[in-house]
Design a protein around this ligand. Structure first.
Ligand code: GLU
Length: 285
């Protein structure tokens, strides 16, 4: 079997907290246990929110936890050309369309009982998918800001039904075949108005670029794997295995209080906690 590759991929738009620490420690522990590599990837596509000092702080906190990862650390802000190339490929295949809607436009277009996506956000009503060719041209020529949305219906018609392999436990061998339901997300944004990608596109492109074999992350991203599978299939990228871990609990398996969860690692450190204590608290003693 190929050497497994694991990654922890934080978005440095704030300081890391215990939830991040758990995910990073779990990825590193699994890499060690399975003879794999452990990467850290900085998901800083939002160059306004991901300030350089937050990137520094993030790496410093991971080192303080006692983690070691391979250098160089890939930063998504250095990969914009790769995302542009992939987006233009999908666009030329008729799978992306420009969307000029503002948040307000979307809210106004929604009727009663409007469907929400697995994150609880309104599913895009498809307004700009239905624009006529001339109208679309006119708006593009007028310089209006636009995002590029995935035509999920067209994408699903191209791929057919998909599944992903979810490891039930940390042994990573007990694989369940999960039916992907990308239709629950509707026409998600793949290229944001303000940057040349979105989370979904960048994460798929870079997991493949870095040869990640095991995507281990929190259950909050479980349903999003359906979108990622569609993109992988359309781009002919390998299918990693997935393991979505429960959100962090205390040593005794108790849910952590919100205040403990959201407290930055550096605040624990400032209050005198040492890394061994934090690791033990998260079950990595
Ligand atoms: N950057 C994402 C986050 O911090 C995680 C990406 C992933 O693990 O797929 O929520």
């Amino acid at each position: 079997m190929m050497q497994p590759v694991f990654r922890f991929a934080p978005s440095p738009n704030g300081f890391l907290h215990l939830g991040h620490a758990y995910s990073a420690l779990l990825n590193a522990a699994l890499a060690a246990r399975h003879g794999g590599r452990f990467l850290v990837r900085i998901e800083d596509i939002d160059t306004r929110r991901c300030r350089p000092e937050l990137v520094e702080a993030c790496l410093e906190d991971l080192a303080w936890l006692g983690l070691e990862w391979e250098e160089p650390v890939l930063r998504q802000s250095s990969r914009f050309d790769a995302y542009r190339a992939v987006a233009s490929d999908l666009e030329s295949r008729g799978l992306l369309y420009p969307c000029f809607c503002t948040r307000g436009d979307i809210l106004r277009a929604m009727g009663a009982n409007h469907p929400v996506d697995p994150d609880g956000a309104p599913v895009y009503p498809g307004t700009c998918r239905q624009l006529g060719r001339a109208e679309r041209r006119h708006r593009l020529d007028s310089g209006a800001a636009f995002a590029l949305r995935f035509d999920m219906g067209a994408a699903m018609a191209a791929t057919g039904p998909l599944t992903w392999r979810e490891a039930a436990g940390e042994g990573l061998e007990d694989l369940r075949l999960i039916e992907a339901k990308p239709e629950n997300w509707g026409d998600v944004v793949l290229v944001r108005k303000d940057c040349p990608t979105s989370y979904h596109l960048a994460v798929v492109v870079d997991d493949a670029f870095q040869g990640v074999t095991h995507v281990v992350r929190g259950t909050d991203l479980y349903a999003a794997s359906a979108i990622h599978r569609v993109i992988q299939q359309l781009l002919g990228l390998p299918e990693p295995r997935y393991h979505h871990h429960a959100l962090v609990t205390d040593e005794g398996g108790r849910k952590l209080a919100k205040s403990a969860l959201s407290k930055p690692l550096r605040a624990w450190r400032a209050e005198g906690a040492d890394a061994a204590e934090i690791r033990a608290r998260l079950g990595f003693g």
